[in-house]
Write a protein that binds this ligand. Structure first.
Ligand code: TMP
Length: 209
């Protein structure tokens, strides 16, 4: 295969609020582009016209939403993003990096809510028509440190506080193995340059298999 034509991969990057996903995703996208991949980045929730509107509703902490409604709206936004954005890109040979995916739905909406991780995984396989990332990178650090990095009043999830976020973190760690065939925990509580090195090492190892 020529260096210019690369098999597309679908990588999800996730973790609690404040771990620094956005910066790392930019760096990873640049790295993959440098290796000859055509790359797009998507953001869950969002990345489609419907997803952008749902994102506004979902993150607006002044809107009262039942927790099950919240779970379903995140699911709907992702369904739209898969069918309008991710699947067409992969079919055209484009690598996709998604800022969050179904794993986030499982952990954020099950912690302190009335739906179980199992129920959200099941609903997710219907909504996603079984599309899963090839690889999921979990950026991990203690919630207390991550929450200190958040500026401003915080969105619906961030306002639930450090205890909620630490439970989300633990749930991320225990549910991660169900997200993809290849999953890697990255220590996000270090210099961003070192985080980037760990991510690139993990992704390059995966691409070499
Ligand atoms: P972001 O800060 O990564 O853009 O994500 C927006 C917020 O939405 C973040 O607090 C995590 C939360 N979230 C869920 O609660 N459920 C989901 O399914 C997704 C994708 C995100």
């Amino acid at each position: 295969m020529s260096e210019a034509i690369k098999k597309p991969v679908f990588i999800a990057v996730d973790g609690i609020d404040g771990v620094g996903k956005s910066t790392q995703i930019e760096r990873l996208a640049a790295h993959l582009a440098g290796r000859g991949h055509d790359v797009i980045q998507v953001r869950d929730p969002g990345s489609t016209p419907v997803g952008a509107r749902l994102r506004e509703i979902l993150l607006d902490s002044d809107l009262d939403l039942h927790r099950r409604t919240e779970a379903m709206l995140f699911m709907a936004s992702r369904c739209e993003m898969i069918e309008k954005s991710i699947r067409p890109a992969l079919e055209q040979g484009t690598t996709v990096i998604s800022d969050r995916f179904l794993l986030a739905n499982v952990v954020y909406q099950s912690v302190g809510g009335d739906v179980t991780p199992e129920q959200i995984w099941e609903l997710g396989s219907l909504a996603n028509d079984d599309l899963a990332p090839d690889m999921t990178l979990l950026l991990d650090m203690p919630a207390e440190a991550a929450m200190k990095r958040i500026e401003g009043p915080g969105d619906r999830m961030e306002r639930r506080g450090t205890e909620y976020m630490e439970s989300v973190r633990q749930s991320f760690l225990s549910q991660l193995h169900r997200s993809s065939e290849r999953t890697v925990v990255i220590n996000a509580d270090q210099d961003p340059g070192d985080v980037a090195k760990d991510i690139i090492r993990a992704v390059d190892e995966f691409l070499a298999t």
